[in-house]
Design a protein around this ligand. Structure first.
Ligand SMILES: Cc1ncc(COP(=O)(O)O)c(C=O)c1O
Length: 382
């Protein structure tokens, strides 16, 4: 598929007419960049699998054979893309990654385990612990040589007595892809403190050339034992509305607990979501993903170049993965909450991610619109 020919001529008005959250929430004239939804075309393999499923009437509850097929497809994708040989029997589905986080905290971690969230963070991880009666411990990351890093000593203090570390990689909102050394340093502290990791790798399909995603649980026997991994086709192929994430439980005890948990708390995956995930992870689905990544790669470069031209004061590092961009507005002394009014771009105030003075943008859109969004930031310097 030639993505540019499908997308490049679409105006914000065309996109608004589609009715998505990203384009209907902002006021007229404001460009939507606050939610991780994509305007890019759906994979033909997913469309035809969904049409076929509708023809077959698969709009009821999730049948076992479909969950097993989604698990096999997910394992095959992890194997081919990231060289992680994971047993499909260790994979189960849940409606979404946040439900996977809740399940892990309530049913797999020991009762009363505090949840440790490095900041800046994907916003819901800062609210979820209170919502399920768990203690939240935030862990501000340091900026070292241009990279957000977790200080091992501070991590150790946060995990003392055992904690559940939320490790998002590739990272939202910074777009960083963690290196093996960074991950192993974290693993060592997690192990020493008898802690667990919830590895949210939802953005792993969207790593750009030059960045290598390493599944955390694949690094060693220790990381496999202390980790629950959540993945999904929902970001790579834009399927969050179809409700099918995959939880990879590489610790056999976690898997046993999954089996013992009442069905009511691990239920709700959509059969259409499972069908879509199988198609996403198929050869045709992955070919489409590669085209999406190539197109987004062009968009992130165009955005970076344009932003550097029009607002060089904004501190910004091009993401290594994801279509999420993280702008440091502090040199301009601009309140991120005023950006939608001043510039006409609706992003997310970094304060919601735990860091004030920053703005998070999601740019899974056409290259011309990504460029227009960057251009509008020039208004802040006028
Ligand atoms: C890092 C991260 N985790 C989880 C989610 C939400 O995923 P889900 O809809 O599967 O809960 C998002 C969505 O943007 C995300 O960026």
């Amino acid at each position: 598929m030639d993505i540019a020919s499908v997308l490049d001529d679409l105006s914000p008005t065309d996109l608004r007419a589609r009715g998505s959250l990203k384009w209907t929430a902002p006021e007229e004239g404001v460009l939507g960049a606050f939610v991780a939804e994509s305007d890019l075309p759906i994979a033909p393999a997913i469309r035809s699998a969904l049409n076929d499923a509708l023809d077959r009437g698969l709009t009821g509850y999730l049948p076992e054979h479909l969950e097993a097929q989604a698990a096999r497809s997910c394992a095959a994708f992890q194997d081919r893309r990231f060289c992680w040989h994971v047993d499909p029997a260790s994979i189960h589905t849940l409606p979404d990654v946040l439900t996977g986080m809740t399940f892990t905290a309530l049913h797999l971690a020991p009762a009363g385990t505090p949840i440790v969230v490095p900041t800046p963070a994907y916003m819901p991880f800062l609210g979820l612990p209170a919502g399920i009666g768990a203690e939240l411990r935030t862990l501000p990351m340091d900026r070292v040589d241009g990279r957000y890093t977790i200080d091992p000593e501070r991590l150790e203090r946060s995990l003392r007595g055992g904690g559940l570390l939320v490790l998002v990689n590739p990272h939202n909102p910074t777009g960083q892809v963690a290196t093996r050394d960074e991950l192993l340093r974290i693993a060592e502290v997690v192990d020493r403190t008898g802690s667990m990791v919830f590895a949210d790798e939802i953005h792993s399909p969207l790593a750009y050339p030059g960045a290598t995603h390493l599944p955390y649980a694949s690094l060693s026997d220790d990381t496999a034992r202390h980790t629950v991994t959540a993945v999904s086709a929902s970001k790579g192929w834009n399927l969050p509305g179809l409700a099918c994430a995959q939880l990879i439980m590489t610790n056999p005890e976690h898997l046993r607990r999954w089996g013992r948990t009442p069905l009511a708390v691990r239920h709700g995956t959509s059969p259409l979501g499972a069908v879509a995930a199988v198609a996403a992870y198929s050869d045709d689905g992955v070919r489409h993903l590669d085209q999406l990544v190539t197109y987004l790669d062009g968009g992130r470069r165009l955005f970076a170049r344009t932003l550097a031209d029009v607002a060089p004061q904004i501190r910004y590092a091009i993401p290594q993965a994801t279509y999420i961009h993280w702008l440091d507005l502090r040199p301009l002394d601009v309140d991120p909450q005023t950006v939608a009014d001043r510039v006409g771009v609706l992003g997310t105030d970094g304060a919601e991610c735990g860091l004030e003075g920053f703005l998070r943008l999601t740019l899974a859109t056409s290259q011309p619109i990504a460029q227009e969004i960057a251009t509008r930031f020039g208004r802040l310097t006028a």
